[in-house]
Design a binder for this molecule. Structure first.
Ligand SMILES: [Fe+2]
Length: 138
């Protein structure tokens, strides 16, 4: 325990999480009857998908094979039948990603990687805010 992860290990973990995110937000958008929620989830899905592509190329550029896996978060979240519970768990997932991004050692990142991760962090904090608003609207 406590073994520090390498930069590419962390990137691969994020890649597996963002793949889950694509499935999650696609489904949450589909399942929601509210148009405003629907649109935001579609937008988040697109961001997750974009993150997958960029992470894939950043990992490849470090001459490491990008993971082919998806983490188990989508199965866990989509097993929930209540929309409020799904949103609550999705908020936790975004908080997990934001926290994970803070584990990177800045010194080992290129400027491009750092800029991408800063943006990805900001996006996930934004996701948390908008999903909290959805919960309050109910
Ligand atoms: Fe995500």
């Amino acid at each position: 325990m406590g073994e520090k992860k390498t930069t590419v290990e962390l990137m691969n973990e994020l890649l597996e999480a963002e793949r889950s995110g694509v499935i999650i937000y696609e489904q949450m958008s589909f399942l929601s009857s509210r148009k405003d929620v629907n649109r935001v989830f579609c937008m988040i899905r697109n961001n997750e998908s974009r993150d997958c592509g960029i992470l894939h190329s950043l990992i490849s550029r470090r001459e490491v094979k990008p993971s082919d896996n998806m983490n188990g978060f989508a199965d866990k979240l989509l097993a929930l039948e209540d929309e409020k519970e799904r949103i609550e768990l999705a908020i936790k997932g975004c908080a997990w990603v934001a926290e994970k991004i803070t584990e990177f050692s800045e010194a080992d990142l290129t400027e491009e990687e750092r800029d991408f991760l800063v943006g990805m962090h900001r996006q996930h904090i934004w996701n948390i805010g908008v999903m909290r608003e959805f919960l309050n609207l109910e």
